[in-house]
Ligand binder design. Structure first.
Ligand SMILES: [Cu+2]
Length: 242
């Protein structure tokens, strides 16, 4: 689907067609419901000398709109299932993907790139400056996301990627950029007074440029680094529940 913001990842097109389908379904429901509401407002408006009559519901109507809504939602759930699986369940293999850890805190994104060994939190990790992320084009990116303090949300609209970061938990998600360019990570969860300035700069570039950039990253890990952020005790208890 065109007309929306640029599609810069492999699953941008399926997200957009889902968006359009949901927009059409909810749009039809909106016009229908509001239309009936306005019709009834006019049809049953106050008139002099006319007594109100009391209605105690209509079982057939109630069953009809409950079942109708249920079918609509269940159909949408089935319709989006393949896209959901592709994005949330079928993660790329660690050996083919570029692995990065991202730690979020008020109000920054701290990237950590696994070095040549492809493993995070080892001595060859690379630490770009805060809020600076580079991704190679046409390669799957595997991101492990943590939060140090409150709930943040890693949102890059062009990549159609949005993942909450929840303190005490770690999330793994992926995407594959298909379009070189400069994008922005906008924190999509109101996370405090500095929320408005919690933004990262994303550069999607060819593999060679990415490797050159990564080779220049000689910075040390900060105190807020992905590998320093440990899950909260209370949340790890919650995680161990079945
Ligand atoms: Cu935030």
């Amino acid at each position: 689907m065109g007309g929306l913001i640029p599609q810069a990842s492999t699953f941008a097109a399926s997200i957009d067609s889902l968006f359009i389908v949901v927009l059409i379904v909810t749009g039809v429901a909106f016009v229908l419901v509001e239309g009936i509401l306005i019709y009834f407002l006019i049809r049953y408006r106050h008139r002099k000398g006319q007594k109100a009559s009391y209605v105690h519901g209509n079982r057939q109507l109630e069953i009809a709109w409950t079942v109708g809504t249920g079918i609509a939602f269940f159909s949408l759930a089935l319709y989006q299932y393949n896209t959901w699986t592709q994005i949330k369940i079928a993660l790329p293999d660690e050996s083919t993907a570029v692995l990065i850890g991202v730690s979020s805190n008020q109000f920054e994104w701290e990237p950590t790139y696994a070095g040549a060994d492809g493993v995070l939190c080892t001595p060859d990790d690379l630490h770009p400056p805060v809020n600076v992320l580079h991704f190679p084009v046409n390669r799957p990116m595997l991101v492990r996301l943590k939060s140090e303090d409150v709930i943040h949300s890693f949102f890059v609209p062009e990549l159609r990627v949005k993942q909450d970061a929840v303190p005490g938990r770690e999330f793994e998600f992926w995407f594959e950029p298909t379009l070189s360019g400069q994008y922005e990570i906008a924190c999509a969860e109101l996370c405090g007074l500095g929320h408005y300035r919690m933004r990262g700069r994303v550069t999607v570039e060819p593999q060679a440029d990415f490797e050159a950039w990564l080779g220049e990253q000689a910075g040390a890990a900060s105190a807020h680094d992905y590998c320093q952020v440990t899950p909260l005790a209370i949340a790890s208890e919650a995680q161990s529940l079945p």
